[in-house]
Design a protein around this ligand. Structure first.
Ligand SMILES: [Mg+2]
Length: 112
């Protein structure tokens, strides 16, 4: 799936969420989406700690790679939902950041 198609799918999800669980205004939506990013990042952190055997045994016993991947997807999805509320063009800003990073490390000048 291309990034534009991914964003379009999440725009549909954002529209659904805003229709079925409307918040007072844009400010509340941005706050709610930001808190969701934090929540999902915590859940991903929990899975990573579990994968490293740094959680209690009952969690370690239930660990699965699928859960870790699901939480990773939740983080990405919640970030995209936040981008929708903030009006951020994810593809554009990521291309800009990749260009910045490549220039910073002079990646196009180095052979290896
Ligand atoms: Mg989650």
């Amino acid at each position: 799936m291309q990034i534009k198609a991914l964003i379009a799918k999440y725009q549909e999800i954002a529209d659904f969420l805003n229709k079925h669980w409307p918040l007072k205004d844009k400010s509340q939506r941005v706050f709610a989406r930001t808190m969701k990013v934090v929540e999902e990042l915590g859940e991903l952190s929990d899975e990573i700690l579990t994968s490293m055997n740094l959680q209690r045994n009952s969690k370690i016993a239930k660990f699965s790679r699928e859960n870790l991947e699901d939480e990773f997807a939740d983080v990405m999805g919640s970030l995209i939902l936040l981008s929708v509320e903030l009006g951020i063009d994810v593809e554009k800003v990521m291309q800009k950041k990749i260009k910045f990073t490549r220039e910073r490390f002079e990646m196009d000048k180095k052979k290896n």
